[in-house]
Design a protein around this ligand. Structure first.
Ligand code: SF4
Length: 337
């Protein structure tokens, strides 16, 4: 299969039906042992210092990996991708665009998916067959999510990793399925985790995921809800490909996201939320709306191009967890137990 880079979650069913192997450039960036070097590649090529690290990083990954075809999402993710696409073209990449419709509307989504299928020389019928084939794999990711919050047998880091990887199934659906099945078999035999503070994580995936989840667990908390990562696994499903991608909340307004976030905060008995914002990202402004709508304590953490937790972030996390522990409603919850 021919590899195609993707800049965020896209309807991979169409790409697979067309004979491509989607590769999420973001996942390669953060799983690398030295992700900073990709950012250096971008800055050497002229990307401004005040460009988001994800954009610079995926540029570096794409150039170094030699991937020729790239599908860039120009609406429903990041406006920077429009210019990134232009630079990809300049560098000889076959950069194509995909735009989610403005609203999560099935007819409008069907229209853009039809166009995308035609561009790649396939059909929505073929993509629907792939969707059915992927359903059991997506269900495994959702099972893992349930084991995180309901059975307390999966860590926040595992939850993050396997859900975020659902954007491209790590480039190998069969291996992803085998590996997640193995993890589920292991997790089911674990004693439930007893961390008392239950956290939600909202916002784009963090650049310092390798440390963030472990750090909260070291201090008596566990992330039991990863908002955007869970969306990558398409938790609401749908009757059709267009239905599935209309139920996917990330490309749309904050209101769609908030409906999902509020329902999960309640269902998962979440005590506090970490809202991650990326430096130089327009989505950071959404923190104002998130803070006014979410009624549990929120800690807003920013990240730039440091792929680890610095001392300042660690102190803020500890202070946040301490504040939750002292919160009368949290104490009352423990007393009921
Ligand atoms: S974090 Fe924000 S600026 Fe960076 S790629 Fe994502 S949407 Fe774009």
């Amino acid at each position: 299969m021919k590899k195609i880079g993707i800049t965020t979650t896209v309807p991979v069913e169409i790409l697979i039906a067309a004979g491509y192997q989607p590769v999420d450039l973001n996942n390669i960036l953060v799983s690398d042992s030295d992700p900073t070097r990709y950012i250096t590649i971008a800055e050497r090529d002229g990307f401004p210092l005040n460009t988001c690290a994800w954009i610079k990083g995926i540029y570096g990954v794409c150039l170094e990996s030699g991937i020729k075809d790239v599908l860039c999402v120009t609406s429903g993710d990041c406006s920077n991708t429009i210019m990134l696409m232009e630079v990809f073209k300049l560098k000889g990449k076959n950069a194509m665009s995909f735009a989610y419709p403005e609203r999560p509307n099935v007819e409008e989504t069907d229209y853009v998916l039809e166009k995308m299928a035609a561009t790649f020389g396939t059909t929505l019928e073929a993509a629907e067959r792939v969707r059915q084939e992927l359903k059991p794999v997506r269900n495994l990711a959702l099972k893992l999510d349930e084991m995180t919050w309901r059975e307390n047998k999966v860590t926040g880091a595992e939850n993050h990793l396997w859900l975020v990887s659902a954007s491209d199934f790590n480039g190998d659906v069969a291996k992803y399925q085998k590996d997640i099945e193995a993890l589920l078999d292991t997790a089911v035999k674990r004693e439930p985790y007893t961390n008392q503070i239950r956290l939600g994580y909202i916002g784009v995936p963090p650049v310092y995921a390798k440390e963030l989840y472990a750090y909260t667990e070291k201090h008596g908390a566990r992330v039991v809800f990863n908002e955007v990562q869970r969306q990558f696994a398409m938790p609401q499903g749908g009757d059709s490909l267009a239905g599935q991608y209309s139920n996917y909340t990330y490309p749309y307004s904050i209101n769609e996201r908030l409906a999902d976030i509020k329902a999960e905060i309640k269902k998962r008995h979440i005590d506090g939320v970490i809202h991650y914002v990326q430096a130089f990202c327009h989505r950071g402004i959404g923190d104002i709306v998130m803070r006014s709508a979410i009624k549990v304590p929120i800690l807003t953490l920013e990240g730039n191009a440091e792929f680890y937790l610095n001392g300042h972030l660690k102190t803020r996390i500890e202070a946040f967890l301490d504040m939750i522990e002292r919160n009368p409603s949290f104490k009352a919850k423990l007393d009921v137990k």
